[in-house]
Design a protein around this ligand. Structure first.
Ligand SMILES: C[S@@+](CC[C@H](N)C(=O)[O-])C[C@H]1O[C@@H](n2cnc3c(N)ncnc32)[C@H](O)[C@@H]1O
Length: 322
């Protein structure tokens, strides 16, 4: 780590009384304007990057999203928003799959200047980029069809461990070149099914209220349309099957790093958790059940050739009136 990164982290640690709550640490590691992975350090997605995503490999997803978007398209001029567009490959394929007739105005919301530059090379002329959903919705008069793929998994999480029927929460402090874990009983527990589920002793869980808070900031501005959320994860009962240490991990050069290894390389690695789709369903007030990606693809008339990903990836739909 550079000396200015260490200075920053030591100041943050002091401000938190000696150790940084994990969600704050993850927020800074991914989104700090100067030191964050998405905001400053990501170079690419795909073979040359740290990780790859399904749409980079499989085009049938873009055709399914286009067909779903068409089924929610209002009459006349319409707006399509992608949140977290990566290299732009998915958006570009969705655009092609929409066909020529009655195409929407395309909007992208993305936090990464590096990826925005990549997106500008492949997305159609006339695409509009926004810093926030509030800005994007303002440009659409609140009426938009919205989708995201592999966005929610990057929202900062709190990490808890169950011990003797009590929950302790993770915070980190710098100890030379590594990070030291601290587990303390926290005054407030999140409103999450990961906390209320009857886990065995020793289970670690992650909770992503940061996503819920973010969604609640812009939901009142969303007046009409539909939203599709695609990500990897499970309903709560299956979320940590045979995984006592939870699902938090980092990716660097396609290597998966777990446990204390995931904390190394602050701001230089992607950090992610499996999404708790039971929480997500409640938070989005989704009217229907969670679908597997395989179910979604076949409902949209697409061939399913995804192997395990067809089950590991899940799909939720909601609308502003749900
Ligand atoms: C894992 S990539 C997925 C990219 C693309 N959807 C795909 O499937 O290939 C995550 C994308 O979300 C963006 N991102 C991460 N957190 C975000 C946030 N809070 N708001 C908007 N964009 C975000 C990143 O910059 C990146 O473009």
């Amino acid at each position: 780590m550079s000396s200015s990164t260490i200075d920053f982290l030591e100041r943050l640690q002091a401000a938190h009384g000696g150790s940084i709550p994990f969600d704050r640490w993850m927020q800074e590691a991914l989104y700090h304007p100067q030191y964050g992975y998405y905001t400053a350090n990501i170079r690419d997605i795909g073979r040359g990057g740290d990780f790859t995503t399904w749409p980079v490999m499989r085009r049938n997803l873009s055709r399914a999203i286009a067909r779903w978007a068409r089924s929610h398209q209002p009459r006349g001029k319409w707006h399509l928003i992608e949140i977290g567009a990566g290299t732009g490959a998915l958006g570009a394929d969705v655009w092609k799959a929409l066909g020529w007739f009655g195409r929407p105005q395309l909007h992208i919301v993305d936090v990464s200047p590096v990826l925005r530059a990549a997106q500008k090379k492949v997305l159609p002329r006339g695409t509009r980029w926004h810093d926030s959903l509030a800005d994007a919705l303002a440009a659409c008069n609140g009426e938009a069809v919205i989708y995201s793929n592999e966005l929610v998994d990057a929202f900062p999480c709190r990490v808890f461990q169950k011990q003797d029927d009590r929950w302790r929460e993770l915070s980190l402090s710098i100890g030379g070149s590594r990070w030291i874990e601290h587990w303390t009983e926290s005054a407030t527990l999140p409103d999450s099914t990961a906390i209320t589920h009857p886990w065995p002793d020793g289970q670690r869980v992650e909770t992503q209220e940061a996503f819920r808070q973010w969604y609640e900031t812009w939901r009142p501005l969303w007046k009409a349309g539909a939203m599709l959320v695609i990500d990897y994860g499970e309903e709560v009962a299956e979320l940590y099957h045979r995984r006592l240490r939870g699902s938090l991990r980092a990716y660097a050069h396609h290597q998966r790093l777990e446990g204390p290894q995931a904390y190394l390389g602050f701001g230089k690695r992607d950090l992610t958790v499996d999404v708790n789709f039971t929480d997500l369903r409640h938070w989005l007030r989704a009217p229907g059940p969670t679908q597997t990606l395989a179910q979604f693809l076949s409902a949209q008339g697409q061939p399913v050739e995804l192997g395990d990903a067809g089950e590991a990836f899940k799909v939720l739909e909601t609308s502003p009136h749900a």
